[in-house]
Design a protein around this ligand. Sequence first.
Ligand code: ADP
Ligand code: ADP
Ligand code: MG
Length: 457
Amino acid sequence: MSTTGGGIRRLLVANRGEIAVRILRAAKALNIETVLACSEADQDSLAARQADAVVVIGPARADRSYLNIDALLKALHDSGADAVHPGYGFLAESAAFADAVEEAGAIFVGPSGDIIRRMGDKAEARRTALAAGVPVVPGSAGEPADIEAAIAAAETVGYPLLIKASAGGGGRGIRLARDAAELAREFPLAQREAQAAFGNGALYLERFIEHARHIEVQILGDGQRAVHLFERECSLQRRRQKLLEEAPSPVLSAAQRETLCASAVRLAESLGYRGAGTLEYLFNEARGEFFFIEMNTRIQVEHPVSEMVTGIDLVQAMLCIAGGEPLRLRQEDIHLLGAAIELRLNAEDPARNFFPSPGTVEQLAWPRGAGIRVDSHLYAGYRVPPYYDSLLAKLIAHGADRIEALARARQALDELRLTGMATTASLHRRLLDEPWVIEARFDTGTLEHWLAEEIPA
Ligand code: ADP
Ligand code: ADP
Ligand code: MG
């Protein structure tokens, strides 16, 4: 991928932070002109400095800027851009936004509004996976409308179960119920919360799978054909949000990897999927069983680990596909090279229960050396605005194998100098010395249990 971005001439980047910088880099590599749509609070951001042009779309509050479809359509029109990359979060999985961009005659870098609608609704995505022969976590067939219907559905789902918002994401909108009494208590609260947070109160039930690993498959499709870029292991989570991710999963056999990745390609092709996407699964290690949980119809935060182990630039691929080029990659040309680990550095203080700690970057020196990559929007003197996501940087280490990737990640953290705010770097440094991390003995609950015991109050 080096010559052109297919049909895209000028790209509007409708996002902020590290992913805006990441998208600008891919566009520049393809000789695509760039326009950044940003809020008033982000006018001095690194992305604003790097873009060819900047359009201020509204005040700091996301609902009046990054989530404001009308403001973005106006920026699209005024800037003369012919395509929009939504990044992740904000409007990345808004079918209404994808439709509006296309109706305005521009390209939405991602799948069609119809596919986003279908897979962004998590209950509908489960039905689609089942129809494609992909196993899902046992759950309610539909979306129970009230407590009585939920309790009836729970009879077949079984306890403990999770109440999930159909429109949920980012680890939010999920509640645990251990019995019918708890379900009756939590269901209306979950309904109200989902309505307020996602503008949609629909809920579904899913059996709670204890001691599962979160393993997800990266795919790329052009509407006709799809390929996979292997899997990522994302079991190290806090509050159902990923903190450290790696590729490949350290526990899959070659045969399990093949089965899992083939199921993801089958599902993507059954949809006629276009763009980059991720199919998330829970893996029961003891029984070797996979269950689909959801699809993210966008680029993901942890995409760099897949790029490091395959040598494929996913964001450039997205731009080429969106520009109308057929997928050039063949499955047999995609190989797994070594192992990669990503550490999310958030502006949160691990010693104070992850209390947000935005501030001004004082000293900043990124780690260097073989196999090290840093994706970040920070610069010395930058004031981290308090309004948005706490992600400051992603530190990625690649090695010939997992041992080397871990060693490089440790060294990278030791070289890192970032002062002015508390970050999760200190936590990562401790984690990388833990035997259960080194030996990859963990599931989605392990990190929280460890935090409850290790981090002093
Ligand atoms: P990833 O696997 O890429 O981390 P997440 O689901 O954690 O995926 O989402 C990535 C980003 O998008 C996070 O900043 C998260 O808060 C945000 N996000 C995802 N889905 C939603 C949603 N439905 N509503 C609000 N924010 C979301
Ligand atoms: P989101 O859209 O917020 O990313 P997911 O459905 O992907 O929501 O779930 C987020 C996380 O919650 C998963 O990575 C996993 O750790 C946990 N989880 C989700 N579903 C289940 C389940 N059925 N059993 C156990 N844990 C689950
Ligand atoms: Mg998820």
